[in-house]
Design a protein around this ligand. Sequence first.
Ligand code: ZN
Length: 414
Amino acid sequence: MIAARHIRLIAVGMSTLLFACAPKDGREASAAPGSHPLITLDSHDDIPLDFATPSVDPASADLQVNLNKMKSGGLNAGFFIVYVGQTARTEENYAKAQADAETKFAAIHRMADELYPDRIEIAYRADDVARIAAAGKLVAAIGIENGFVLGKNLEKLEKYYGLGARYVTLAHNGNNDLAGSAQPRPELGDAAEPTLGVTALGAEAIARMNRLGIMVDISHGSKQTALDAMRLSAAPVIASHSSIAGVSAHARNLDDETLRALRDDGGVVQVVAFDTYLRHQSDEELAALRALRERVGFTAGGAAALPPDRRADYDSGLREIQAQWPLATVRDLVNHIDYAVKLIGVDHVGISSDFGGGGGVVGWNDATETGKVTAELRARGYSDEDIAKIWSGNLLRVWRAVETTAAQLKAAAH
Ligand SMILES: [Zn+2]
């Protein structure tokens, strides 16, 4: 057990109040996981911009996550992601990102509130998840990926909270106004090294997120961003989709020091089923991939932007490369989970897929295969209680702690 008791100073008007928070990890609030049916929660599922339109039916579209696949695969809950890509920091681009974000918020609401209210419901509070699942429905929660969507206007956080956003990933690929990325983009003016942490504006954003009850997500952030966020946040933070550098070195993975800090902070790392984070790619494989992309004329739009003939060429080339250098599997995913559990304990580790955003491994390549992850955890000797924590209990504990902190901050402000 870690006694993460934090005393925080909060200035209230003219006076200063010494305010003793509950343990930052809020652990006493968690229910006994073994006594309830298992709830599987995937903390990162991307959606396309035309989600929940006539061309992309949330129930049956050819996506890694749809309602039919969640139901048949036993995936109870997913954070549907309002993702916006990083571009140059101009007013025009902020406006474009905000328009795209609103399109995605509207799509998630259309799915749950209009198209399939009998099948899926949006969770606005951590306790909604078990209530909705017990009613036999799927659960949608909402996360924002990339604080770039705020531009410099932190008041947007209130609006997005109102639309259901319960976590915000501070940065994505490339630094933004809030924080430094693990993968800076020199072509956007970033320094090449991922040394930037949370900015002054980012610190303000975190304080606002604490007051609203939005989880702070360190995934994609630089190491300094992760450590700063934990220091600045009055509530524990999450890594919504990151894997483990101690198993496989990658800029997107968390190293041991960051993981220990996350444990001491009461947070959780949602280990992600993302092929290239889970296994080491040799120089030969990377060279083969580069050659293939050059041959088919790859652009920033990725494979989806290729015309059909070149797409077919690309897909067959990719299959050849994958035959030579096999993709990561559910075993690799659980190797990362095992390492994290041994390092920081079973209370601080969870699971995410990044389906729709490049995620998926052999054995868990869409929501229909969710049971294979559970089976692999069982095969490694995890108890039902531990599996319940890993699949949702830990993330929900952090979510509740964030709600508790928000309530305390509101009470202290009056
Ligand atoms: Zn991501």
